[in-house]
Design a protein around this ligand. Structure first.
Ligand code: PXL
Length: 277
């Protein structure tokens, strides 16, 4: 069985980061090893959330794993709490990376032109340094702008996206994939670049007019869970995008309409069917 280590926070309530990665990647038939960077009462879109930072636990935990001879087929990082945790994450890559380890980085820190509450521009630059270590990075447009000193635009054209991809490639990852890219009305999706071949790829589906927390984590979890099992990258991203769109649609049908996260629990059977096709 393939084994993924995922490094991100646990937001106890709210459905994001590890409370999405663990159930979703496990359901895909991949052993999911977690390294929690912090425990929060909720994600940071709630008011008055509590945070217990776990920076001092990271190296003791991984040192124990190393002494047990534990190995990973992929390492997937999401929301990291601080610049120090980014530095430790780089050390963890060095400790566990082999020629076959896929390093998948979702540099979670911003959306809609703004950094999340806990972060500043220095943190964004640190994240750019982390992305240099990756095989695959999946920033949204806002994160890409912060990491490459590019002006954020609400309205853009394909030339803007290609310029962003080119700048992201300059950070050093092998495959760079921009998420949340909308090139025509009513559509949204990804635009990627294989930096070795210079080939770009694009996948768009219908835009669902709602924005939910945790959808980026859902997308990344599915993409890395599929890719680690040998699925061609473009297929892995296509399924991740379709599944995320389907889950948002299903969530909108829920009469309780939770604002804080998506009902991925109801769409896991559909995900497994998509993966079998
Ligand atoms: O979904 C990304 C995410 C992860 N973890 C925490 C967050 C967020 C987004 O806001 O607050 C704690």
């Amino acid at each position: 069985m393939k084994k993924i280590l995922t490094i991100q926070d646990i937001s106890c309530f709210g459905k994001c980061s590890l409370t999405i990665a663990l159930p979703v990647i496990s359901a895909m038939g991949v052993e999911t090893v977690i390294l929690p960077t912090a425990v929060l009462s909720t994600h940071t879109m709630f008011k008055n959330f509590t945070v217990k930072d776990l920076t001092d636990q990271l190296l003791p935990i991984v040192n124990h794993w190393k002494s047990e001879g534990i190995r990973f087929d992929a390492i997937y990082t999401g929301y990291l709490g601080s610049a120090e945790e980014i530095e430790i994450t780089k050390q963890i890559f060095d400790m566990f990376r082999t020629d076959d380890t896929m390093i998948f980085i979702d540099p979670v820190m911003a959306d809609n032109g703004k950094l999340y509450a806990a972060f500043d521009e220095a943190y964004a630059k640190q994240n750019a340094g982390l992305c240099a270590c990756a095989d695959i990075i999946v920033p949204n447009i806002t994160e890409a702008c912060f990491m490459t000193d590019t002006e954020y635009r609400e309205e853009y054209d394909e030339a803007y996206i290609l310029r962003l991809l080119d700048r992201l490639a300059g950070l050093g990852a092998k495959t760079v994939v921009l998420t949340g890219v909308s090139l025509s009305k009513g559509k949204t999706g990804i635009y990627g670049l294989d930096t070795k071949t210079g080939k770009t790829f694009i996948y768009q589906n219908d835009r669902v007019d709602a924005s939910y927390h945790g959808t980026g984590d859902l997308f990344s979890s599915v993409a890395v869970g599929a890719a680690v099992q040998g699925m061609p990258l473009l297929d892995a991203f296509r399924i991740a995008a379709d599944y995320t769109a389907l889950t948002i649609e299903e969530t909108l049908k829920n009469p309780d309409k939770p604002w804080y996260g998506v009902d991925f629990e109801t769409t896991i059977p559909a995900l497994l069917k998509m993966l079998k096709k």
